[in-house]
Design a protein around this ligand. Structure first.
Ligand SMILES: CC(=O)N[C@H]1[C@@H](OP(=O)(O)OP(=O)(O)OC[C@H]2O[C@@H](n3ccc(=O)[nH]c3=O)[C@H](O)[C@@H]2O)O[C@H](CO)[C@@H](O)[C@@H]1O
Length: 372
């Protein structure tokens, strides 16, 4: 079995691709996999680390308005469809899978023109523009949320399958004790895991400075904060300036990025997250209560829709980005951690929403498309 898989830009498109690829490799004999991404997306860092072959194409994202930039993008896209077709002809895949992000547009389009079976996976309640366009060409569309189906009404019903969002198997298998030890966390404290999506979140980082101040040295609560690569140094610097020496506070660990996120999730008693669909799939698969602060500029505000779906079920508390302040965040953390019954009810509701088998379902669907 030979598979090309493409998805990129952010972790929310890349990890689903990695997970589906791994699952397909488990299920099919002699599975050969090639990833196609761009040189500039996070995938160029993550995919080689994950041990997969990696090819790149030049491609740009469309702006959501009429502009000269879009005209230039269309020309680049024609070139990238051509380059994708060359990659596909050389690799000769049985199926091509796309997990979103503009890079998979030309790849899946070229595959469809070459009559190779295709499947896309849409993670969000409101689909991305690339997947909306591709839905007219591909054989199957695997949805993370049932609610997304209304955006694909022009598709044939048999094209659409609601599968949930794929999560890495390590997210389920990671053990709390191992997570605590690996990340240098204390076993007798409640752990708050703070992650602003795969690229970090400025407004969450800003509010966290106040949270550090308040909880620094606390004997019951510890914080593991992932700042994103670009703001890590300034977060460390700002904390020093405001008199908090993170290395001696004893209960605050900050990291630019976590390559071992499943261990961090295993150690978490409460999460403070943006509302990227894959992050949410991981939280619900493990049943972790959460404070969600959706990224307000995500296309069509889709993160808020993702977050509200958890809030509606009692699995999360939502704070809107423009209402986020240090004190609001501190009060919400105190209210939840100080109330074990509320926390465990949220954990239960969260777990009910989890879909840990999604990756296997999607991989089986992809494999079933292979022509005899
Ligand atoms: C700004 C924006 O438009 N973001 C989108 C992007 O989110 P983004 O990539 O930020 O978010 P997700 O939360 O969906 O996925 C992040 C993934 O990266 C992993 N991770 C993150 C940080 C880290 O240090 N280590 C690590 O491994 C997480 O465990 C998860 O697997 O794609 C998602 C899925 O289409 C969308 O829902 C988001 O709206």
């Amino acid at each position: 079995m030979r598979i090309i898989i493409s998805g990129g830009g952010t972790g929310g498109h890349i990890y689903p691709a990695v997970t589906i690829a791994r699952e397909a490799a488990k299920l099919a004999d002699n599975c050969e996999i090639l990833f196609v991404g761009t040189k500039h997306g996070l995938e160029a860092d993550i995919i080689p680390k994950e041990g997969f072959s990696f090819a790149t194409i030049e491609v740009r994202g469309l702006e959501r308005r009429l502009s000269w930039q879009n005209v230039r993008t269309l020309f680049t896209t024609v070139g990238s469809v051509w380059n994708s077709a060359q990659i596909i002809k050389n690799f000769r895949p049985d199926v091509v899978i796309g997990t979103g992000g503009y890079v998979c547009g030309p790849v899946l389009l070229a595959a469809s023109l070459l009559k190779i079976p295709t499947i896309i996976q849409e993670q969000n309640v409101i689909p991305g523009i690339t997947n909306k366009i591709l839905s007219r060409f591909v054989d199957k569309i695997a949805l993370g949320y049932q609610d997304a189906a209304v955006y694909f009404t022009k598709c044939r019903p048999e094209q659409i399958v609601v599968t949930g969002n794929p999560i890495r198997p390590e997210v389920m298998s990671a053990k709390r004790e191992e997570g605590l030890t690996e990340l240098g966390l204390a076993p007798d404290k409640l752990t708050v895991l703070v992650v602003g999506g795969s690229r970090g979140a400025r407004s969450i980082n800003k509010a966290m400075s106040g949270v550090y101040n308040y909880f620094s040295g606390n004997s019951q609560i510890q914080i593991l904060h992932v700042t994103g690569q670009s703001e890590y140094n300034s977060m460390v610097g700002n904390s020093k300036q405001s008199g908090i020496e993170l290395s001696s506070a004893g209960n605050i660990i900050i990291k630019p990025y976590l390559y071992n996120m499943p261990l961090a999730l295993a150690a978490a008693d409460l999460a403070i997250f943006r509302a990227g669909a894959v992050g949410l799939a991981e939280l619900t698969a493990r049943g972790i209560p959460a404070i969600l602060i959706p990224y307000p500029f995500a296309a069509e505000n889709h993160q808020e829709f993702n977050a509200r779906a958890l809030e509606k079920q009692g699995a999360a508390v939502v704070i809107i980005d423009k209402e986020l302040t240090d004190s609001k965040l501190i009060d919400t953390i105190k209210r939840l951690l100080g109330n074990p019954e509320v926390l465990s009810s949220m954990a239960k509701k969260s777990k009910e929403l989890g879909c840990p088998q999604a990756a296997e379902t999607i991989a089986r669907l992809a494999l079933s498309l292979k022509k005899p």
